[in-house]
Design a protein around this ligand. Sequence first.
Ligand SMILES: Cc1cc2nc3c(=O)[nH]c(=O)nc-3n(C[C@H](O)[C@H](O)[C@H](O)COP(=O)(O)OP(=O)(O)OC[C@H]3O[C@@H](n4cnc5c(N)ncnc54)[C@H](O)[C@@H]3O)c2cc1C
Length: 403
Amino acid sequence: MAGKQEPSLIVGGGLGGATAALALGRKGWPVRVLEQAPEFGVIGYGIQLGPNVFSMFDRLGVGDAVLAQSIRPKAILMIDWADAGEIVRIPTGDSFMRRFGRPYVVIHRTDLHQILLDACKALPNVELLPMTGAASFQDRGDRVVVRTEDGKTIEGAALIGADGLRSTVRNQMLDEGEPRMIGYVAHRTIVPMADVTFDVDRDDVVLWSGPGFHIVHYPLRKGTLFNIVTVFKTSNDAPPSDTASPHPDLDRVYRDSHPTMRSLWAMMDLSRRGWASSDRDPIRHWSKGRVTLLGDAAHPTLQTLAQGACMAIEDAVCVAELIDQADGDFAGAFRRYENARYLRTARVQYESRYLWDNFYHLGGLEREVARHAWAGRTEQDVFDCLAWLYDGFALPEPRGKAA
Ligand SMILES: Cc1cc2nc3c(=O)[nH]c(=O)nc-3n(C[C@H](O)[C@H](O)[C@H](O)COP(=O)(O)OP(=O)(O)OC[C@H]3O[C@@H](n4cnc5c(N)ncnc54)[C@H](O)[C@@H]3O)c2cc1C
């Protein structure tokens, strides 16, 4: 088939890049993944995966492997920071499975990444190149040439930029400057479950929501580990630093929070590296000629809906399917891909922003009103709210099955 002689290049071997490599590789396309880090590996914390991502994993033949390493919580809960009252409950047990047909899970990112990388390594046509940072690219019309940070050039039939929030490929393609900082910082930690001695829900995904801050926790690796993420508003929009007191108001948060939340705060080492919460405005077009983007490079989102990686995985399977159908017309495949994806990913970006400001972090009377408004919602109401997301993305039919 046209285009199959030369490898496609993927810049970035995170969850999105690894999934794209696997999806293309399984269809017999030669792929080279350029990763700037000395080794392929993602940040070693937990990740939540919605049911929408499991039909992608099934197409890639890794669904069972992912499930085997995952935990299925019984519920996702939003709890009030001061009195521990339940604000929202999303049951993720039997009724969720009946409604969405797929589970909601939590998994260690390293385990998920390893499953994808092992599947890539089993394919002779996928080449993983660590220590290969991309500095720039050139679209020559009939092929793409990437210049690496150490001055080498690598040629390919097409280029997929899966290089994250601060994507080099996007910067060159769109030249829009830095992502939008929103003045919040996230800190993550994992502790042995045996060290969690206070009274806390160890089995579910729990989000403690407070004015200008939240904490999420859930179990990992058969309940032997406890993953905690704290997010809070900083005094300015500066990127996180390792200053001793990143949040001048933290004393009040400690003092006034529910005792369980205080115990959770106490487990965090806030002097360690944090992530400045950021996103970008949604866009319709993130492809040009033989070059496209996926995942955070294309549509970075706040983590409110816990869907950034899920969107990257959906993107990856979609773009691979369309490349496979395009008979070497990469530019056409990339146009169809962004057209198929931009509304869904933009909705994730917009809703994540909306919920971040207008639900997760409300204070005072606004918080009371939101809580009251949610109090009467039934399980069915909650499922209906999530259906657009969790019912999933209609992938193009595989080649041969397409009409
Ligand atoms: C606190 C927090 C919690 C989150 N929780 C969830 C969750 O529960 N569920 C969920 O679905 N999402 C979650 N997300 C979002 C998720 O982490 C991202 O959306 C996801 O990692 C994006 O994957 P990606 O492959 O597009 O980019 P990345 O994971 O950023 O991977 C990019 C890769 O490209 C490499 N790279 C960068 N530049 C270059 C270059 N020039 N040359 C070569 N390689 C390069 C990087 O080293 C990296 O390996 C969360 C995010 C945060 C901050």
